[in-house]
Design a protein around this ligand. Structure first.
Ligand SMILES: Cc1cc2nc3c(=O)[nH]c(=O)nc-3n(C[C@H](O)[C@H](O)[C@H](O)COP(=O)(O)OP(=O)(O)OC[C@H]3O[C@@H](n4cnc5c(N)ncnc54)[C@H](O)[C@@H]3O)c2cc1C
Length: 432
């Protein structure tokens, strides 16, 4: 089987890239190991409101809108901020994946679910990727480019090297979440806010959350950074204890668990790792775009596809015309019925000049605030055990009490730490 671009992994990053390339007439195959994109919907999927517009996401993927914040802890402290108007959304992660893949298909991408990529080899100027189907049989795909969008698993690109150029240790967080149905009175209480449980008596070295979904459903979860130097209790027990503290006995009794899911987030903090090996290029979590401060990666995965798509199109145009770079072709929407261009092989050419710019452009797009928040995440969560750490966190939260809900959204989703200037600086520098 042949195609120009093989995208492996139909998460937000891979689904979005496939739809963008297909919409511009490129010959794309998108493969995903899950047979059903609605299953294993592991992500809590909270986003700020502006992300919907920025990435053109429809309301059909939105489970619920939220307009405020509640921060519980450390201990019994309870602080809330109400915005009056929506600040953000909680997505239905399965619906998001399905919509992106449906769009890619609508623009002509071929989509193969239930196919796991096993390995990818460079052969002359092509790549050969081996896929395994659900029934155990194998198939080979020959392509000009392969995109590893397999999330934190980095199935094809692999982890950053342990030593030498680009070496950087991955910081790992693990999350566990239940999707539950609760009595309406209970749902009402949590329906207009994102709630986080902070402090080592709630979740040592991490945090818990309650996110509203379609009435009367909630997502209840916990996550923490992995710390091999400490004995960390099983996460399932931590989640059960959190639910016991948050819901009244009658609410717990009436609660039905609809789904249990979870997963890993693994990111390097400085993002110096190689983003490609020849024409095998990493996208989304596969190149550490997830931010560990709030375990947030959907926006950043989509961003990585927005950065890579034009660079890759430049390459593909260059390949087709024999020049190194070329103009971005018009969308298929603008030229109804235009067939995808066939590839003209005009001999060897230097590898990926357009795509060479990808790591730098992605770093710029994520910005310095993103980088600072990654460092802050490692320090805050790994250090969050014991009463001294709880006191430091408590005094930071106290300093935010007079703020508006929108300021918290700016801080937690926009990483606008500088806004807090002198007050936050000692905390950011690790002085309190
Ligand atoms: C518990 C939890 C809660 C989270 N909550 C939030 C949140 O509230 N907000 C937020 O923005 N982010 C959240 N995230 C992070 C966010 O979900 C990820 O950052 C985002 O999904 C990354 O997108 P991606 O497309 O890069 O990778 P993924 O979404 O991981 O997609 C990768 C895809 O590749 C497939 N795949 C893997 N290996 C292969 C293979 N060999 N062959 C074929 N297919 C393969 C996988 O099945 C998967 O579908 C959370 C993550 C976890 C674990």
């Amino acid at each position: 089987m042949r195609c120009r671009v093989l995208v492996v992994g139909a998460g937000p990053a891979g689904g979005d890239l496939a739809r963008q390339l297909a919409a511009r007439g490129e010959d794309v195959v998108l493969v995903e190991r899950l047979p059903d994109l609605r299953r294993a919907a592991f992500s809590s999927a909270a986003l700020p409101l502006d992300a919907l517009d920025r990435f053109g996401l429809p309301s059909s993927v939105v489970a619920h809108r939220w307009s405020g914040w509640e921060l519980l802890g450390p201990g019994e402290a309870r602080r809330s901020w109400q915005g009056g108007r929506p600040q953000g959304v909680v997505l239905d992660f399965g619906a998001l994946r399905e919509w992106l893949v449906g769009e890619a298909q609508r623009w002509g991408a071929r989509v193969w679910l239930g196919h796991r990529a096993l390995a990818c080899h460079q052969e002359a100027d092509r790549l050969r990727t081996v896929l395994r189907r659900g029934d155990g049989s194998e198939i080979e795909v020959h392509s000009d480019w392969v995109i590893d969008a397999t999330g934190q698993e980095r199935s094809l690109l692999g982890d950053p090297p342990a030593a030498g150029p680009g070496s950087e240790q991955l910081v790992s967080g693990v999350g566990l979440e239940w999707l539950v149905q609760v009595p309406s009175s209970c749902w009402d209480r949590w329906s207009d806010r994102l709630a986080f449980c902070l402090g080592s008596d709630w979740v040592a070295q991490g945090y818990g959350w309650v996110f509203p979904m379609q009435a009367p459903r909630l997502k209840l979860g916990v996550c923490r950074l992995l710390d091999p130097s400490r004995d960390q209790p099983p996460l399932g027990a931590v989640l059960e204890r959190l639910i016991e503290r948050l819901l009244a006995p009658a609410e717990r009794q009436a609660m039905a668990v609809l789904d249990r899911h979870g997963g890993l987030i693994r990111s390097s903090i400085r993002r110096r790792e190689p983003h490609r090996r020849g024409r095998l290029v990493g996208l989304g979590d596969a190149v550490s775009t997830a931010n560990l401060l709030g375990g947030e990666g959907i926006r950043h995965a989509l961003m990585s596809s927005r950065v890579l798509a034009p660079l890759l199109l430049e390459e593909l145009q260059g390949q087709a015309s024999g020049s190194v770079t070329g103009p971005t072709p018009p969308t298929r929407g603008a030229m109804p019925g235009t067939a995808p261009p066939t590839r003209t092989m005009l001999g060897p050419r230097p590898l990926g000049r357009g795509v060479d710019r990808y790591p730098l452009e992605l770093q710029r797009a994520l910005g310095w605030r993103w980088s600072l928040s990654g460092r802050l995440a490692r320090r805050t969560w790994l250090g969050l055990h014991g009463s001294a750490a709880d006191r430091r966190l408590g005094s930071l939260l106290t300093s935010l009490e007079q703020e508006r809900a929108s300021a918290l959204t700016d801080l937690l989703f926009g990483y606008r730490f500088e806004r807090y200037g002198i007050r936050a600086l000692p905390y950011l520098l690790g002085l309190r």
